[in-house]
Design a protein around this ligand. Sequence first.
Ligand code: FDP
Length: 337
Amino acid sequence: MANDALISVKTVQRHIFERQRDHPTATGEFSWLLSGITLATNIIAAHVRRAGLLDILGDTGRVNVQGELVQKLDDLANRTIVECLGYRESLGIMVSEEDDEPSIVKEFGDRAKYIVLFDPLDGSSNIDVNVSIGTIFSILQKRDDAPAGRVLDHILQPGYKQIAAGYVIYSSSTVFVYTTGHGVHMFTLDPAIGAYRLSRENLRMPETGSTYSINEAYRAQFPVGIQKYLDWTKTDKAGDFSLRYIGSLVADFHRTLLRGGVFLYPPTKKAPGGKLRLLYEANPLAFIAEQAGGAATDGKQRILEKVPTSLHERTCLIIGSRKEVDRVLSFWKERRD
Ligand code: FDP
């Protein structure tokens, strides 16, 4: 028995390495980069677990580019990722939710060809109250058709160009989910050995689901079509619908990935273009959703086809089971006002 348990240890590093062998031209640099992300999130998870015991709750007193107060854990997570990735030779640029400008780690060259975009700690308003939070990342490759010095040209690529994306959720257990465009794989951090172990390979999102996830307090500000969808969920015809809203995108998405249903952040009067960030929130989760058989749209177009025009661009997001996303769209198309 004990021996069987040992034999079945498949860590995320081994998984990435085995997948890399399917690509004979792979150099291993990309795997090395991904392992930097798993290391950083492992360190962040250790801090999150002990947050109440260390002086890392509360805010730093600094306001970030998004106009939000930077929490101490946001700052720590940001610095941890920068530290763990910064010296990896294959990384050219890092873009963080916390920083106004992209950080140029080194000039693009043959080896430094990747761009990592990340939200170091998603769900900041939940940090101090012990509710699930997460880290989201997206990886792009430098464009061959743009001059190396024009940094934004390399970063502002549509989401379908992502070569990898993933997230970590710091919750009852710490879970790492990633895709490189060949299915979605899920790992759980084993605190006994400090490594992520495979929990589910080729995860599929249920085609439908009876959970909707939205901040319904903004109902009066939503387009009429979205209000009509919300009305429909409460009818006999809809059946047994449930509302679940954690308020950490990564946690609401994770539940939707496993159980099905839909997460919505439509336009509001306060945020007519949506609240969530395209490059390091919507794009990576849309990539994962589609790889798992789900869908993601801003209400007008597929998230992965949106061409970004600025670093911290925001978007509306409807993401989840394909059939439920289509249902929301059918209500919204009828009443866009
Ligand atoms: P937060 O403001 O706590 O950082 O993008 C940020 C985010 O959380 C998402 O994680 C979450 O889904 C959303 O904003 C919550 O927004 P509302 O408080 O407007 O519902």
